[in-house]
Design a binder for this molecule. Structure first.
Ligand SMILES: Cc1cc2nc3c(=O)[nH]c(=O)nc-3n(C[C@H](O)[C@H](O)[C@H](O)COP(=O)(O)OP(=O)(O)OC[C@H]3O[C@@H](n4cnc5c(N)ncnc54)[C@H](O)[C@@H]3O)c2cc1C
Length: 453
């Protein structure tokens, strides 16, 4: 690790990706400024800049491991402040293809809290870092570059307090864009004479609707923290009922390709009742609604292929949803932002000059490729989703179906599946020979092929 501190880093956006980035930058930079258009300090409610904050936000097991590494003790604090904790395979009642998955202890921690609560916990930890300060209620309006445009030297911001749109420039040795899916970096780079970054979009036409409840009659079995009915090709509708801090429950329903859960209470209930299994509908009979259902639309998965660029200015990195924004039903975004922070850390800690093109390639390989393949592959299981399905894809989909069937009967397969889904293991872990045998046996595929295992 470099002992000599670099000077100033600026992070664009103070949401999860920005907070994770600020945390790792603080180890290498003397000063880190996080800029956001929203008020952040002391804000514990959903906020305008993060409209998805009213929907369920599950943190994958790998994400939990990383935040505990970045902020030691945070898991304990979240639980002390009322968050629900459990084992991802042991304390969640999962249904895949309408069948209940074997529940078993996996050692994978699942924290279930609202998105604003999690963000507040992480932000409070970042605020404790003496190197970090927040510039709130400021719009980020552009980047400042050297005359030859080879290096980004700062950011132009416009404070909300200045009604006339007065701009100020803040200088920085490094700018990290964590401003989310709507990031303007592609446009700003083009204005500076760089090629437009290729943008891959996979249409999914997803609709989410969430409603908060208080518990009247506890619907959970012993130590359960959540019930998840995952959508399947046969019933492309799903829902989750997850305990949250303060003894509440969030019920989120979702449907793809325009089959969206209604936001009126009766329609919402009817949608939940139409799921493949009755558990969540039964659960809400014992819950008292707090407010109305809140909808959210997510038209397409979006990936900006920064790793394909051959020219990129020095002094600039990108992270979070601005690079890749995933179908939220897979609950990957925050964990990918956490993985990206590890890549940022490795690059800024190095004594070698920071190489953004190298970073962008490493980011793709270390944080984005795996979850993207998992998610794009998973979406292609739904017949109406556009996309090519060459033989290898069809084979993978068929095998994943067997894995899901086997997970109903075999605890070890269930755990292996959750480790991949939780982004702890890479997907090829499911191809380990011993596991393949279990999958073929427990799914019944071996028996139907007349093979005795
Ligand atoms: C419906 C839905 C459900 C989701 N569920 C999950 C889940 O279960 N699990 C999971 O891990 N992930 C989930 N995600 C993804 C998750 O929300 C994001 O991956 C995560 O918030 C990281 O995003 P980010 O920090 O890159 O950007 P964002 O969270 O979008 O934040 C961007 C920040 O930048 C600020 N900003 C943007 N532009 C400007 C500007 N010009 N000037 C000043 N400030 C600006 C905004 O105010 C905001 O604070 C979900 C997403 C959606 C849409």
């Amino acid at each position: 690790m470099s002992i000599q501190k670099k000077n100033r880093a600026i992070v664009l956006g103070g949401s999860m990706a920005g907070l994770f980035a600020a945390r790792v930058l603080a180890d290498s930079y003397a000063e880190v400024i996080v800029i956001d258009r929203d008020a952040l300090t002391g804000v514990t409610e959903p906020r305008r800049g993060v409209p998805q904050g009213r929907q369920v936000h599950g943190l994958q097991a790998r994400g939990q491991q990383i935040i505990e590494d970045l902020f030691p003790g945070i898991t304990k604090q979240i639980v002390a402040d009322g968050g629900a904790i459990g084992d991802m395979a042991g304390n969640i009642r999962w249904y895949l293809n309408g069948k209940r998955v074997a529940q078993a202890h996996s050692g994978l921690t699942s924290l279930t809290v609202t998105r604003p609560f999690l963000e507040t916990q992480v932000r409070d930890r970042v605020l404790e870092l003496s190197q970090v300060s927040f510039l709130e209620q400021h719009d980020i309006v552009g980047l400042q570059a050297t005359e030859d445009r080879g290096r980004i030297t700062g950011v132009r911001v416009s404070p909300h307090s200045e009604a006339d749109g007065t701009e100020t420039t803040l200088h920085a040795d490094l700018v990290v864009d964590a401003s989310g899916r709507g990031s303007r970096t592609p446009v700003w780079l083009e204005e500076l004479g760089y090629p437009r970054v290729e943008e891959e979009r996979r249409k999914i036409g997803l609709g989410y609707t969430s409603r908060l409840y208080e518990i009247r009659d506890d619907p959970y079995e012993k130590d359960e923290i959540s019930i998840g009915v995952v959508s399947s090709p046969a019933t492309p509708r799903g829902a989750i009922a997850a305990k949250q801090e303060g003894g509440r429950v969030i019920v989120t329903a979702y449907g793809i390709l325009g089959d969206h859960p209604p936001a009126d209470p009766e329609g919402f209930d009817a949608f939940i009742q139409s799921l493949q299994v009755p558990d969540i509908h039964q659960a809400i009979q014992g819950l008292e609604p707090v407010g109305d259902p809140v909808p959210y639309r997510f038209p397409a998965n979006q990936r900006r292929r920064y790793e394909h660029l051959t020219r990129f200015p020095d002094g600039l990195l990108v992270t979070g949803d601005g690079v890749c924004s995933f179908n939220p039903a897979y609950a990957q975004g925050m964990t990918v932002a956490a993985l990206a922070a590890l890549t940022i850390r490795r690059h800024v800690e190095s004594d070698a000059p920071l190489d953004p093109l190298r970073y962008l390639k490493d980011l793709a390989a270390e944080a984005v490729d795996g979850p993207w393949e998992l998610m794009v592959g998973g979406d292609l299981a739904f017949p109406g989703v556009e996309g090519e399905r060459p033989p290898m894809t069809r084979l993978t989909l068929a095998y994943m179906k067997l894995v899901q069937e086997a997970a109903v009967h075999d605890e070890e397969v269930a755990i292996a599946f959750m480790r991949v889904f939780g982004l702890v293991d890479a997907p090829h872990a499911l191809l380990e020979p011993g596991l393949v045998l279990r999958v073929l046996k427990a799914s019944g595929a071996a028996a139907s092929a007349g093979i005795e295992l």
